[in-house]
Write a protein that binds this ligand. Structure first.
Ligand code: ADP
Length: 645
C-alpha cells in the first residue's frame, strides 16, 4: 500500500507531538472526544433533513475501551464518519490551522506550548501518547468504510475495510511510557473516569465504558463475582444548563479551553439566563489574551448557537456585534427553529432580538469591570482595546456614544491609564479643549518640543501611541462637547492677549525675513511663522487644518496612498538664540538664509519623526556650518565661570 506524506506543516506539527514531553498530554482524550461529539452533532443535524443519515438519539454515543494487555485505547463514535477523501483531507493536513499563521508561528519558533494552545491541535494530539494511530471510519449515507493508519512523521496509508456500523473508531497504540504524573496511566479505568469528568462531562452524548462490577454470586451465598457492565461516564448536562452555584471557576475555564481551543484560561466569563421575548441562556467569555490571528481576515468571530441544547451553528456572526468580536461563547435558545441556516440568521427577527440582548449584556459587563475592577479592565483593554477603537472608526463615529467611555489613554498626568471622563473631570477651569499628542512611544511623545507650552499651562495631554488613535478622535469630533486638539495643530492657541500682541509685533517686525524663509522652503510649508508654543526648542512643524502630521505618517505606509501630505507650517521660537542669529544673517548675508531655513526645516522634520528628503545634503550643510562657525569661547561656559569666581 502506497504511503502518503503529510503536508509540510502537518509533518512539523506531528514531529512536535511525537517528541512531545508536553506536560498536559492528557488533553488528547478531550480532543478526540470533542471531535467525536462534533461528528455526532453533524450526524444528528444532517439526519434531520437527510433520511439516509438519519439516526435516533439513542444510537448516538461514544465508547472508550482500554486494553491493558495490548496497550491500546479505543475511542469509538457513531457520528457522521469520513469518506476516504475526507480522511485524506482532514487527517492529512491540519484542519483548523493549515494556514499562513501556523506556518508563521512555526517559523518564529514560538514556544511549543503556545502553538499547541493557540491552534488547538486536535486530532494530532493523539500522537503525544500513541506510537501508532488507526482510524476506521464509515460515513453516514454510504456503505463503504476506510482505514487510515499512521505511526507519525513518516506518512500514512488509507485502505478500504469492512465496517458494519456508521461512525469512526480510533485505536491508539500507546507509547511505552504514558504514566501521567497527575492522572496516572491512561489505560486505567479511574484515569479515564477522571479525565472524562474533568474535560468532557458536559458532552451531550453518552461516553460509555465497560467497567468491572462486583455482583453477588447467585450460586454461592456471601460471595461476589466480577462482571463487565457498561456505564456512562459523563453527566451529559451541558455546562451552561447546570445550576450556576454548582459550577466552579475551574469548570468554566476547562469548558472554555476545550470548546474554544485556547490554551490560556479566559479572563472572565458571563453566564446568564434571559426570560422574555426571546428566552435564552448564554455563556460568554473574554479570552485571557489576544488570539494569535485576531486582526487577520481568517479570524472567525461569532458565537456558537444551540437550540434546545442541540448544536446548530458555529461562529454565528450575527449574534455578536463587531465591536465585541473578541467575545467567545455560546447561546442556547428554546425559541429558535432547528433548521435555521446562516443565511436566514441574518434576517431572523428572533436572532436580531437575541443579538441586541447579548450586546447589552456585554456592554454591561465591561462597564462593571471598568467601574469596579480597574486593573482587570486595563488588562482586558490591553488585549482588545484596539478593537474598540477600530469599531468607532469604522462606524464613522456612530458607535461613539456606546464605546467612548471604554477608551483608555496614557497621559502626561502620570504613567497610568485615564478614561476621557476622568480627563475631563480634571480639566482646569479655563481649559476648553482636550489636548493630545501623537508618537510611536510615550518616550517619543514626551520629547516633543511642542508639549512644553501646554504643560506649562497646567493642562493634561493625552498620549496617542496607536496609529489609529487620531483617526478615531477625528470621527468622534469631541467628548462631552469638548473638542479634541492636537498640540501640533496650527490652530492651538494658548496665549493671553498680551502674549498675542507681542507675537504679532514680532511677526510684523520680521515679516520680510519670515517671508524669505518661506520662499526658500517653497511648497514644503504653507507658512513660516513665530511660534507661541515653544519654550526651549528652536523650531517645530505644525499641521494646518485637515490632515495631521501623524496621519501623514500612518498613510505613508499605505501602498494605495497617493502621496497625501499634511499642510505644514514651520514655527520658530522667537526667544531662542537662533532667532537673533537668523535676523543677523538676514541683515548681513541674506543669501545664506536659505541654508538656515533648509536646515531648520529638516530638523523640525526629524524631531517629528518624518524622513528628510535629502539626508546627504542636510549632512553637508551641517558640516559646512560647523567648519565656518567659531566654537564658543571657554569662558562662555558657566561651569568655568564659576570656578574662576
Ligand atoms: P478540528 O477538530 O479542529 O477541525 P482536528 O485535527 O481535530 O481539527 O480534526 C480534523 C477534522 O477531521 C475535523 O474537522 C473533522 O472533520 C474530522 N474528524 C476528526 N475526528 C473525527 C471523527 N471522530 N468523526 C468524523 N470526523 C472527524
Amino acid at each position: 500500500m502506497a504511503k502518503k506524506q503529510f503536508k509540510a506543516e502537518s509533518r512539523r506539527l506531528l514531529e512536535m507531538m511525537v517528541n512531545s514531553i508536553y506536560t498536559n498530554r492528557e488533553i488528547f482524550l478531550r480532543e478526540l472526544i470533542s471531535n467525536a461529539s462534533d461528528a455526532l452533532d453533524k450526524r444528528y443535524f444532517e439526519g434531520l433533513t437527510d433520511k439516509s443519515k438519519n439516526a435516533s438519539k439513542k444510537d448516538l454515543w461514544i465508547k472508550i475501551t482500554p486494553n491493558k494487555d495490548a496497550r491500546t485505547l479505543v475511542i469509538e463514535d457513531t457520528g457522521i464518519g469520513m469518506t476516504d477523501k475526507e480522511l485524506e483531507s482532514n487527517l492529512g493536513t491540519i484542519a483548523r490551522s493549515g494556514s499562513a499563521e501556523f506556518r508563521e508561528a512555526l517559523e518564529k519558533n514560538t514556544s511549543k506550548i503556545d502553538i499547541i494552545g493557540q491552534f488547538g491541535v486536535g486530532f494530532y494530539s493523539a500522537f503525544m501518547v500513541a506510537k501508532k494511530v488507526t482510524v476506521d471510519s464509515r460515513p453516514a449515507g454510504g456503505d463503504k468504510a476506510y482505514r487510515w493508519v499512521s505511526s507519525g512523521e513518516d506518512g500514512y496509508t488509507i485502505s478500504e475495510i469492512e465496517k458494519d456500523t456508521v461512525g469512526t473508531t480510533i485505536t491508539l497504540e500507546l507509547k511505552d511510557d504514558t504514566e501521567d504524573e497527575k492522572f496516572g496511566e491512561f489505560l486505567e479505568e479511574w484515569t479515564i473516569r477522571n479525565l472524562i469528568k474533568k474535560y468532557s462531562d458536559y458532552v451531550r452524548y453518552p461516553i460509555k465504558m465497560d467497567v468491572k462490577k462486583s455482583i453477588p454470586d447467585p450460586t454461592e451465598e456471601g460471595k461476589t463475582i466480577d462482571t463487565m457492565e457498561e456505564e456512562t461516564l459523563n453527566s451529559m448536562v451541558p455546562l451552561w444548563k447546570k445550576n450556576k452555584n454548582k459550577i466552579s471557576d475551574e469548570d468554566y475555564n476547562e469548558f472554555y479551553k476545550s470548546t474554544f481551543s485556547d490554551w490560556e484560561n479566559p479572563q472572565r466569563h458571563l453566564h446568564y439566563n434571559v426570560e422574555g421575548n426571546v428566552s435564552y441562556t448564554a455563556l460568554l467569555y473574554i479570552p485571557g489574551k489576544t488570539p494569535f490571528n485576531f486582526y487577520n481576515t481568517d479570524y472567525e468571530s461569532g458565537l456558537r448557537l444551540y437550540s434546545k441544547g442541540v448544536f446548530i451553528l458555529d461562529n454565528a456572526k450575527d449574534l455578536l456585534p463587531e465591536c465585541y468580536r473578541f467575545v467567545k461563547g455560546l447561546v442556547d435558545s428554546d425559541d429558535l427553529n432547528l433548521n435555521i441556516s446562516r443565511e436566514i440568521l441574518q434576517q431572523d427577527r428572533q436572532v436580531k432580538a437575541l443579538s441586541k440582548s447579548i450586546d447589552k449584556k456585554i456592554t454591561g459587563m465591561l462597564e462593571d469591570m471598568l467601574e469596579k475592577e480597574r486593573e482587570e479592565y486595563e488588562k482586558f483593554y490591553e488585549n482588545f482595546g484596539l478593537n474598540l477603537k477600530y469599531s468607532i472608526y469604522k462606524s464613522y463615529g456612530a458607535l461613539k456614544e456606546k464605546l467612548q467611555d471604554f477608551l483608555l489613554y496614557r497621559s502626561s498626568k502620570d504613567g497610568s491609564y485615564t478614561t476621557l471622563k476622568e480627563y475631563v473631570s480634571r480639566m482646569k477651569e479655563d481649559q476648553k479643549e482636550i489636548y493630545y499628542a501623537c508618537g510611536s512611544t510615550i518616550d517619543d511623545i514626551e520629547k516633543l518640543p511642542v508639549l512644553s507650552k501646554v504643560r506649562n499651562k497646567g493642562y493634561e495631554i493625552l498620549y496617542f501611541t496607536d496609529s489609529i488613535d487620531e483617526f478615531v478622535i477625528r470621527m468622534m469630533m469631541n467628548y462631552d462637547e469638548k473638542p479634541f486638539r492636537s498640540v501640533t495643530e496650527a490652530g492651538l492657541d494658548l496665549d493671553t492677549e498680551e502674549e498675542k500682541k507681542a507675537r504679532e509685533t514680532t511677526a510684523e517686525e520680521n515679516k520680510d525675513m519670515l517671508e524669505a524663509m518661506k520662499n526658500a522652503l517653497g511648497e514644503n510649508v504653507s507658512e513660516v511663522r513665530i511660534s507661541s508654543r515653544l519654550t526651549d526648542d528652536p523650531v517645530c512643524l505644525v499641521a494646518d487644518q485637515g490632515m495631521s502630521i501623524e496621519m501623514e505618517k500612518v498613510l505613508s505606509q499605505d501602498p494605495m496612498n497617493r502621496g497625501l501630505k499634511a499642510t505644514k507650517i514651520l514655527e520658530i521660537n522667537p526667544n531662542h538664540p537662533i532667532f537673533a542669529k537668523l535676523q543677523d544673517v538676514f541683515r548681513t548675508q541674506p543669501d545664506a538664509l536659505n541654508d538656515y531655513a533648509d536646515i531648520l526645516y529638516d530638523q523640525a522634520r526629524l524631531i517629528e519623526g518624518l524622513p528628510i528628503e535629502d539626508p546627504a545634503e542636510y549632512a553637508r550643510r551641517i558640516v559646512d556650518l560647523m567648519v565656518n562657525a567659531a566654537l564658543p569661547k571657554k569662558d562662555d561656559s558657566p561651569v568655568e565661570a564659576e570656578i574662576v569666581e
